[in-house]
Design a protein around this ligand. Structure first.
Ligand SMILES: *Cc1c(COP(=O)(O)O)cnc(C)c1O
Length: 423
């Protein structure tokens, strides 16, 4: 490891680290720079990045087109309040997102994190009913395995274990959580539940095709068609949380395209700025937006984050959308999918491995038992790769611009390190 820089030794005890028992977990790696698919550590080593900084960095780190757009915006105006003021980066981005998403989307609410975007979607769904004069529809139907954020409102629609519903009982709002309608039994259970409780619901919330942080669990497009049909039958708003799946990760620009159904509200974040600045969005259909369009000030959506529509973030997002138009991102995702399939398939059937699955630029090797995560992380770093499993789930969500050689280094490390340790 070598000696740590002075800033590290003096500062580490003063930062709260994410999702960490800081007393027992290994210390984080000191990092000083990132470029392309590489992380540069303070001791000079470079790691091949398999995670893309929680799957945000779809164009790799430091893409010059995004950097130049942000630098230009920094000179003009890094930030102004969005209340009473409108600026080009936000209005252009809103128009481009609506064009990209297609009908029935109309209006974009910008926020600064995915969790807030999901909270805004929940507030929109609940208040749209109130504005339409119907009270008592205060709940969202959510699904096991889901992840929608870490704030109280979003924890309440996460998987009950992941969202720690038992531990935080009393502090969290209560929403029903069912199994996704994957088969006849779960589809019937959904229908039985809706027959009894649809009138208490404002809408249905789901991550389309891939439940990401809840364990990289995939489902068939058919599941989304069943949810759309159920929402239509009961007059409920359907909310797709595309914060993980949006911007090409599953092989299409948005996951819902693969199911041929559209939600009423969609949330975007993570890859929105290509992993450069914190920005998220909640996009409402024309019908949802119409429920707020009124002469009654009480029908307004009362929400407005301080850094709403931050011009730097919007400039980065516009530049990221340019790259999806000018560089072959979806072709790159298809090539990554083929290489992940080839590179990870040798783990299939290895002792201790219970599943290997690939969807777009997402590769997953699931172990039967949780590995020794401390040993695993250390061996990955020794192998020159940055891979950060969740429990039994070892996954890759690399930049779409990763080279075939770097991607091979990642799949090889999973086979040689994780599959060996799992035996
Ligand atoms: C990451 C994520 C969120 C939360 O986003 P933050 O920016 O971390 O608040 C919500 N939904 C999904 C599907 C996510 O992957």
């Amino acid at each position: 490891m070598g000696s740590q820089p002075d800033w590290y030794a003096r500062g580490l005890g003063h930062v709260w680290r994410p999702y960490a028992q800081m007393k027992t977990e290994p210390d984080p790696l000191a990092i000083v720079a990132a470029h392309g698919s590489r992380l540069v550590l303070a001791d000079g080593r470079e790691l091949v990045d398999g995670i893309g900084s929680w799957w945000t960095a779809c164009h790799g780190y430091g893409h010059p087109h995004i950097r130049e757009a942000v630098e230009r915006q920094l000179q003009l105006m890094p930030h102004v309040m969005f209340g009473g003021l409108a600026h080009e980066p936000a209005l252009t981005l809103a128009r481009r997102l609506v064009e990209l998403l297609g009908a029935p989307f109309e209006r974009v609410f910008f926020s600064d994190s995915g969790s807030v975007a999901v909270e805004v979607a929940m507030k929109m769904a609940v208040q749209a009913w109130l504005n339409r004069g119907e009270r008592g529809r205060t709940r969202l139907l959510a699904f096991r395995g889901g992840y929608h954020g870490d704030t109280f409102a979003t924890m309440a629609v996460c998987d009950p274990d992941e969202g720690m519903h038992a531990l935080f009982a009393g502090a969290l709002p209560e929403h029903p959580v069912l199994d996704l309608p994957r088969d006849e039994a779960t589809t019937t259970a959904l229908e039985v539940f809706l027959e009894a409780h649809a009138r208490e619901l404002a809408g249905i919330m789901v991550e389309p095709l891939v439940q990401g942080a809840g364990g990289m669990i995939f489902h068939a497009p058919e599941v989304l068609r069943r949810l759309r049909a159920a929402a239509d039958r009961h007059g409920l708003y359907l909310i797709f949380d595309e914060i993980f799946t949006g911007f090409g990760r599953t092989g299409s620009m948005f996951a819902f395209e693969q199911a041929g159904v559209r939600p009423d509200i969609v949330t975007l974040g993570k890859g929105l700025t290509g992993g450069t600045l914190p920005l998220a969005a909640t996009v409402a259909s024309a019908e949802v937006a119409a429920a707020f369009w009124s002469d009654d000030p009480g029908h307004a959506l009362m929400h407005g984050p301080t850094y709403m529509a931050n011009p730097l973030g919007c400039a980065a997002a516009n530049a990221s959308l340019d790259l999806f138009e000018t560089e072959p991102r979806l072709d790159q995702v298809r090539a990554i999918a083929r290489q992940l399939e080839a590179g990870l398939s040798i783990c299939r059937g290895r002792p201790g491995v219970c599943d290997v699955r690939v969807k777009g630029a997402i590769g997953v090797v699931e172990l039967e038992r949780p590995p020794d995560l401390v040993a695993l992380k250390a061996r990955f770093a020794e192998a020159g790769v940055w891979i950060r499993p969740f429990g039994r789930t070892i996954y890759l969500t690399p930049a779409f611009t990763i080279s075939p050689d770097d991607l091979s280094a990642l799949t090889r490390a999973i086979d040689q390190v994780a599959c060996q340790l799992a035996r």
